[in-house]
Design a protein around this ligand. Structure first.
Ligand SMILES: [Zn+2]
Length: 67
C-alpha cells in the first residue's frame, strides 16, 4: 500500500516538473534574439542560426553555402 502512495507521489512530482517545463516558454516569450540569414534574408532565432566562416549568420538550409 505504502509503495503505491510513494509511486503516486513520485508521479505527481514528475507531472509537476513537467508542467513547469511546459510553462517556461509562455513566461518568457521571444527572449531569443533574431538574426537574418545572409543568403535568403529569413529571420531565424540566434540559437538555430549557423555561423559561416566569415561570421555571417545562416539558416539551416544555407549553413553549407560558400561565402
Ligand atoms: Zn537562408
Amino acid at each position: 500500500m505504502f509503495k503505491w502512495l510513494l509511486l503516486a507521489g513520485f508521479l505527481g512530482l514528475l507531472f509537476y516538473f513537467w508542467r513547469q517545463k511546459q510553462r517556461i516558454p509562455k513566461n518568457h516569450p521571444e527572449v531569443e534574439s533574431l538574426v537574418r540569414c545572409s543568403v535568403c534574408g529569413r529571420h531565424i532565432s540566434v540559437h538555430s542560426a549557423m555561423l559561416s566562416a566569415k561570421g555571417h549568420y545562416r539558416c539551416t538550409l544555407h549553413a553549407g553555402d560558400p561565402d
